[in-house]
Design a protein around this ligand. Structure first.
Ligand code: MV4
Length: 598
């Protein structure tokens, strides 16, 4: 096993990989850019090296800077995480060629073979893996597209050979669009991928996106770890992933898993990878291979109990997989919610900055949070907007949903906008809860106004710069009304800052009136007694104690008429009544002093 690993990434995935290293007693080295000096992954690592300015191209994507840090730290392996250089064959080759440093991932050759979509389709087809009906060689002429359309019908997908993710696909609805769409696909391929080769597939109208997790060692052992359903996507960005898929029956599950395994084995693939499929009408078709660990690998870890990243490290160090395919069992159901710093009600616009005024993640049975955050962190906006992942496990999909509702309600983030309200909405959405959504659902069917309502209802709001000019006095109260406790959060805008009570005699315990700003209910507090004040505006119906009386926690001190109810104001602790500041019939404002207890 390695002695020390450099994780060439940042944020939650960097911490995730380092946790695996820690458990294997492997030293950890972080890299960071100027924007990430205070990053959680830097805090977590044993060592950390600055690789350059905030711009990714000059830091996390700078091959030489990363390799120099690896050599300076004297590591014996590099784990790329996902994104950045994770699928960069040229960088992987540089690591493979660097003395004494092992690349933790598939070989650069595998990346090149499977990264070229036509090569991947050819390899999969040769391994008897169903591919979407189409060409395995590039096409260049509109007549080739037209004859394909005559054979397979329309619509047709024209895809860039170097494409992937959400890029490099044009849909040809009918023959009249052939020439324009072909030229557009070729131009886009050249512009985005420096490769104008394109190929054809029959376009599936409403597929689901199902992907199979693979882990393979250097001894020819290949295992699949079941599937994940990633159909809930917005503009090709996955939002909620789950496993197992609610759309597969056991027979299809078995067939798709074995097909993935067969295809990967045929390409001599080593380490972790994911085989993506489109599923429609009970049939599955190969889409592409992701030659890296994926964001949503956690879903598989939770339903199989297999730590995929630890197996990546072991496999890269030459160890054999210690489990057979039959040992892989799917237990329960898991969902992953990407916690993005975005405003879902504003077309998922990424946050432009902010501070995690409150960061209080959920916990409890079946709840996992992968992050690299702590309260008070400044939001880094130089990279992607995902700041954390919430992964929830349940005995079945219903329990997973119920637990997810609870966990998302608990997830308290204030100071920046996140898409937690959107996730909470999806868990009430009939189509999603029924597992009947496809890859187009979010982009074409979900009513946008429902996202806005969710944001209104559950958004915690960012502390906008504009708000800074206005003094906002936030108050949290625990109010007991007729024996029932209420957590009440109130914001008073435009209120001057609260006077702080001075210690010792003469302490003032008054609160300005929200409307006028005038101090109301001033009472000079002798000593440092505890003030019991009005938690709401109302009228004193009765005073139930006398000065000098001893009271216990829970004793009624004052009865206040408010909200059309008689409200018992009770002592939160025992003590002596040293001052009574009100009498029957008084009108009081929220915050006015009622009683002082020593
Ligand atoms: C398709 C398809 C339908 N038919 N290919 C989108 C990006 C790339 N991963 C492949 N994609 C698709 N390829 C054929 N022949 C529909 C999509 C697609 C999609 C696929 C998976 C997840 C989300 C998607 C969103 C839109 C389109």
């Amino acid at each position: 096993m390695f002695r020390k690993v450099l994780v060439a990434n940042r944020g939650e995935i960097a911490v995730r990989v380092m946790r695996a290293c820690e458990e294997l007693n492997v030293g950890t080295v972080a890299i960071y850019s100027e924007a990430d000096k205070d990053g959680g992954h830097v805090r977590y690592a044993d060592e950390a090296y600055n690789v350059g300015p905030a711009r990714a191209a000059d830091s996390y994507l700078d091959h030489d800077a990363v390799l120099e840090a690896a050599k300076k730290a004297d590591v014996d392996a590099i784990h790329p995480g996902y994104g950045f250089l994770a699928e960069n064959a040229a960088f992987a080759r540089k690591v493979e060629e660097a003395d004494g440093i092992t690349w933790i991932g598939p070989s650069s050759e595998s990346m090149e073979t499977l990264g070229e979509k036509t090569k991947a389709r050819t390899a999969m087809s040769a391994a008897d893996v169903p591919i979407v009906p189409g060409t395995t060689d590039p096409v260049t002429d509109p007549d080739e597209v037209r004859s394909f359309g005559e054979e397979h019908g329309y619509p047709i997908a024209i895809k860039a050979e170097g494409g992937g993710g959400g890029r490099g696909m044009k849909v040809v609805e009918d023959e009249s669009e052939v020439t324009d769409q072909l030229e557009s696909a070729q131009r886009e391929g050249e512009a985005y991928f420096d490769n104008d080769s394109v190929y054809l597939e029959r376009y599936l109208e409403s597929p689901r996106h199902i992907e199979v997790q693979i882990i393979a060692d250097q001894h020819g052992n290949v295992r699949h770890l079941g599937e994940r359903d990633c159909s809930l996507q917005r503009r090709h960005q996955k939002v909620i992933e789950e496993g197992p898929s609610p759309a597969l029956d056991d027979d299809l599950r078995e067939r798709i898993g074995e097909a993935a395994r067969r295809g990967v084995k045929a390409t001599d693939y080593v380490n972790a990878g994911t085989v993506e499929f489109l599923v429609e009408d009970g049939e599955f078709y190969f889409l592409e291979v992701n030659t890296r660990i994926q964001v949503e690998h956690c879903v598989t870890e939770e339903i199989t109990g297999i730590d995929i990243v630890k197996w990546q490290l072991r496999v890269a160090a030459g160890e054999e997989l210690a489990f057979e395919q039959d040992d892989v069992e799917i237990d329960g159901h898991a969902m992953e919610f990407r916690i993005n710093a975005e405003n879902a009600a504003n077309d998922f616009a990424p946050a432009t900055g902010g501070t995690l005024e409150t960061y209080d993640p959920p916990g409890g049975v079946g709840v996992r949070v992968d992050d690299a955050l702590r309260q008070g962190d400044e939001l880094v906006t130089d990279y992607d907007s995902m700041i954390a992942k919430l992964i929830v496990w349940g005995g079945d999909r219903d329990e997973c949903i119920a637990r997810s509702i609870r966990a998302l309600r608990e997830y308290d983030i204030e100071g920046i906008e996140t898409i937690i309200p959107f996730h909470r909405l999806m868990l009430t959405d009939e189509t999603f809860v029924a597992g009947e959504h496809d890859t187009k659902y979010l982009d074409e069917e979900l009513d946008r106004s429902r996202i806005e309502q969710a944001q209104e209802q559950w958004g915690t709001g960012a502390t906008d710069a504009a708000d800074d000019d206005e003094e906002v006095v936030e108050r949290e109260f625990t109010v007991e009304v007729n024996g029932k406790r209420f957590e009440v959060e109130l914001e008073e805008r435009g209120a001057p800052a609260l006077p702080t009570a001075s210690n010792g005699s003469g302490a003032m315990a008054s609160r300005p009136d929200a409307a006028t700003g005038d101090a109301g209910g001033d009472v000079a507090i002798e000593g440092d007694g505890e003030v019991v004040d009005a938690e709401m505006q109302g009228t004193i119906l009765s005073v139930e104690v006398e000065e000098g009386e001893e009271v216990a926690a829970g004793d009624v001190l004052v009865v206040l008429e408010a909200m059309k109810m008689e409200n018992d104001i009770v002592a939160s602790r025992g003590g002596e009544v040293t001052q009574i500041a009100v009498e029957e019939g008084d009108s009081v404002d929220m915050g006015d002093t009622l009683i002082v207890l020593e």
